[in-house]
Design a protein. Structure first.
Length: 268
């Protein structure tokens, strides 16, 4: 926890639907998830594909489930065929996943680009979830922590280069790449150590006052069965959920477990 004298960090469960659902079934799924996860104290976010955004926003209008996007372009407007920018989605969404490993892998996004996307989030009122995480080779070679620290430092350097500040409401998701969509999960203790390293890196970069308040989520094959391992760790503030976020029962179990952590933090 961030310390006895501070307000507890929020508990956040964010579903990343990736390239799944169509507008019609997205609305139904969002509605069903909202109904099955109405647990006090848990911040719920659903990130559908862009094309499903309006349908999901409408479906969730009477709920307190927030809607996010899975990416934004680094520029606000311009000649970027097929792209979607922060001001375009800001009227619909309030959160944005930035630097997901699938985009780093498939679109070649690097840490500097990710830094500029974070700044767009701040500019247009989107709360960013910055994804970091090591490859399996890094972990096997004992380089996992150095890799994550380097990702963060490069992103922070880019923000400093353009003389801007890290968004105040930043959330970080630690997602070991080898755990995403594989059914493998990190150990809770390793995820906790990484959350501590992330906060230490932010503090060392001069965002010390805020570093202890930055929520750190775990992501990578989170299910209703696996979530306890992570939420048992005081350094972990929730989860970024891929595959299981498409299943109502799974989300119900995950958010129910998150509710226990949220209640315990409020009572502490
Ligand atoms: P997964 O995806 O839960 O399907 O492993 C997590 C993510 O990519 O955020």
């Amino acid at each position: 926890m961030s310390g006895r004298h501070n307000a507890p960090r929020p508990v956040i469960i964010c579903g990343n639907w990736k390239m799944n659902t169509t507008p019609l079934d997205a609305a139904m799924l969002a509605n069903d998830i909202a109904g099955a996860t109405d647990v006090p104290g848990v911040t719920r976010v659903i990130c559908p594909p862009f094309i499903c955004l309006q349908a999901v926003v409408t479906a969730l209008a009477d709920t307190d489930v927030a809607v996010g996007v899975q990416n934004i372009h680094a520029e606000p407007f311009g000649a970027y065929t097929g792209e979607v920018s922060a001001p375009m989605v800001a009227q619909l969404a309030s959160w944005a996943i930035i630097g997901h490993s699938e985009r780093r892998r498939d679109q070649g996004e690097d840490d500097a680009l990710v830094g500029r996307k974070l700044l767009r989030c701040a500019e247009f009122g989107l709360r960013p979830i910055l994804c970091v995480g090591e490859q399996i080779d890094d972990r096997q070679a004992g380089r996992a922590e150095a890799t994550v620290r380097r990702q963060l430092e490069r992103t922070l350097n880019e923000i400093e280069r353009v003389a801007a500040r890290l968004p105040e409401d930043l959330v970080i998701a630690y997602e070991p790449v080898w755990a995403i969509g594989t059914g493998l999960t990190a150990r809770g203790s390793d995820a906790s150590a990484m959350a501590q390293l992330i906060r230490d890196t932010l503090a060392a970069a001069g965002v010390a006052a805020k570093a202890s308040h930055v929520p750190v989520l775990y992501g990578g094959s989170v299910t209703s069965a696996a979530i306890d391992e992570f939420l048992a760790e005081p350094e972990i503030d929730g989860a970024l959920v891929g595959g299981a976020s498409l299943k109502v029962d799974e989300m119900a179990g995950i958010v129910a477990r998150a509710g226990i952590t949220a209640a315990a933090r409020q009572a502490a």
